[in-house]
Design a protein around this ligand. Structure first.
Ligand code: ADP
Ligand code: UDP
Length: 235
């Protein structure tokens, strides 16, 4: 597979076209951003961790019949994926109350939620990713009600699978973000699943093992990412 033109450079990844119009190469960078890009950092080998962890989790989800864009890993930082027509919605799944959920709704920090919460946000930095629901998705022509139903079904199943996957690795899956897209009309999971896009708390100590270490200036960011990769690959 030949790497061709750079078509997009985001905060954490670069996308390249290939000699196949249906395939892209994703390159995972060491750069991190938060506060809508106002806070920046570079963490050694973060891109390698995110590439390898995403590969492992996409394969795991595929083995449970969740369609994903993943095709193959071609280097430490690069994977070949199906080129999706992305749906500009961030699908957030929450198992434990933290962050904005507590500020907005007054629930107790660290509390186990009785049922998972699925939230939708419009992926639009200029508008600060406003919260939305499936009616907005249909009204704005982002996705059909049938597609939104499938997205919800996949998100629920992915959460159930990953919650126990991480418990076996002594990690609580607090919350995470998913992005979906269409490949010749078929809905599938895209983007990445990594410490950049999930909150992971150590089951015993409660230690944060994800991007919150960068967001909150807790230090030991590289160490936390490496520890998460070690646990994911171990079993
Ligand atoms: P951001 O755009 O938020 O800065 P990234 O640096 O992670 O984030 O950029 C990756 C971009 O690639 C995102 O806009 C994401 O929606 C998009 N993307 C992820 N997977 C695919 C795919 N399979 N096909 C096309 N685009 C994708
Ligand atoms: N998330 C992400 N990208 C985003 C927004 C959120 O990966 O653009 C992830 C984030 O890492 C966390 C979850 O989604 O695991 C919930 O994030 P949110 O920003 O909603 O956090 P909160 O508002 O709770 O502080």
């Amino acid at each position: 597979m030949k790497k061709a033109k750079l078509i997009y450079e985001g905060k954490a990844k670069k996308l390249y076209e290939t000699d196949d119009p249906d395939r892209l190469i994703i390159e995972f960078k060491d750069e991190a951003a938060s506060l809508d890009g106002r806070k920046k950092g570079v963490f050694k080998d973060k891109g390698i961790v995110n590439n390898k962890m995403s590969e492992y989790i996409f394969k795991y989800l595929e083995s449970y019949h969740i369609p994903t864009h993943f095709e193959q890993t071609i280097s430490d930082r690069e994977m070949v994926v199906k080129r999706l027509e992305m749906i500009p919605i961030e699908v957030i799944v929450r198992n434990i109350a933290t962050g904005s959920l507590c500020t907005k709704y007054g629930c107790k920090e660290g509390e186990d939620l009785r049922y998972p919460i699925i939230e939708l946000y419009l992926k639009n930095d200029e508008l600060n990713d406003p919260m939305m629901n499936e009616y907005h998705a249909a009204a704005f022509g982002l996705a059909t009600p049938e597609e939104m139903q499938t997205i919800e079904r996949y998100a629920t199943k992915i959460n159930a699978l990953l919650k126990s996957f991480f418990i076996r690795r002594k990690v609580r899956l607090v919350d995470f973000k998913l992005e979906f897209g269409r490949f010749h009309g078929e809905l599938m999971l895209g983007d990445e699943i990594s410490p950049d896009t999930c909150r992971f708390w150590d089951l015993e100590t409660g230690e944060e093992l994800d991007k919150d270490r960068f967001r909150k200036d807790l230090g030991k960011v590289e160490e936390a990412y490496k520890e998460m990769l070690r646990r994911v690959l171990k079993l």
